[in-house]
Design a protein around this ligand. Sequence first.
Ligand code: GLA
Length: 367
Amino acid sequence: MKLARVILLVMTTALAAQGAVTKAAFGTTPDGTPVELYTIKSAGLEADIMTYGARIVSLKTADRDGKMADIVLRYKDLAGYFGEKNTYFGAIVGRYGNRIAHGKFSLDGHAYTLPLNDHGMNTLHGGTVGFDSLVWKGHEIPGGVEMTLVSKDGDQGFPGTLTAHVRYTVHGSALRIDYSATTDKDTVVNLTNHSYFNLSGEGQGTIFGEMMELFSDKYTPTDAGLIPTGELAPVAGTPFDFNKPTAIGARINDPNEQLKMAGGYDHNWVLRGANGVEKKAARVYDPASGRVLTVTTTQPGVQFYTGNFLDGSKTGKSGTAYQKNFAFCLETQHFPDSPNHPAFPTTELKPGQTLHSMTTFTFSVQK
Ligand code: GLA
């Protein structure tokens, strides 16, 4: 009897800790392809993930009073996401997240040319039709969903048929994302998630008051097209030093060339610790709601982007126009333009190898 009660208690706790999964139809793409929405719910977290772009559509977490709110930017419905090429709300970006200079790179002596979808200058987030705007295949797994996409040899100019799997699972108040990929020809890969967070809640104004911590001593300064110069510059003594929790807005308008070029923060920080080993990337505390987001990853870098290109032209779920700086992104990744920087950690993937990486977004509160 006593044992049965203990077993029941353990089972109930495990259920509350591991997310319960439900699936529903979410509509269709303009060409009629059905899109599904998976909801993963634990006691402390509720995540909606759709098969279009393997995107996080909503992420509800508790504030210091236990009140749940959606803390990611999103459109009101599926239709909002189509024909929209600039924001990547919640998406998995690939095959190469972030930029490749002039849409060119060489691999094994072959030169490859990619679409110039970033102001006609560079390739951004995998090209004109990146992984963010394709329908993935969803499949329920314990505590979450696995999304699969096959990108054909030559897709957006990249060599090799790439099979990518992205697993979203909920454990207590943490959302874990596991990435894996294989190829049948040498290629380059950089996969990340492009969620826009506002810990006060979606549509609740700018993120200037949220306290950012980035566990990093160096970042990769860029040229005017946001392509790394190749230098790993120390953050010490600059507005890029977030080793002490600092309000995102405190230095964003400083007369700093790098900030001026990007219109705010839109840079890659070099994380401490080896590529492939899990490490702390960031911690964000929102004094208004008490919400805390901690990000860990096996990736070598994180792009901290302050929604500089939001301009009020996109209206979100709650009917609010998303203005500049209404959210921040923490895109855990390999460094931008790595295929053209042999000194950066490699993004090459060869047949027979399996790429693995992992990122967790853990939520808690501070009183
Ligand atoms: C990334 C880039 C930004 C911007 C956004 C999408 O974060 O680094 O420059 O392109 O994606 O708007």
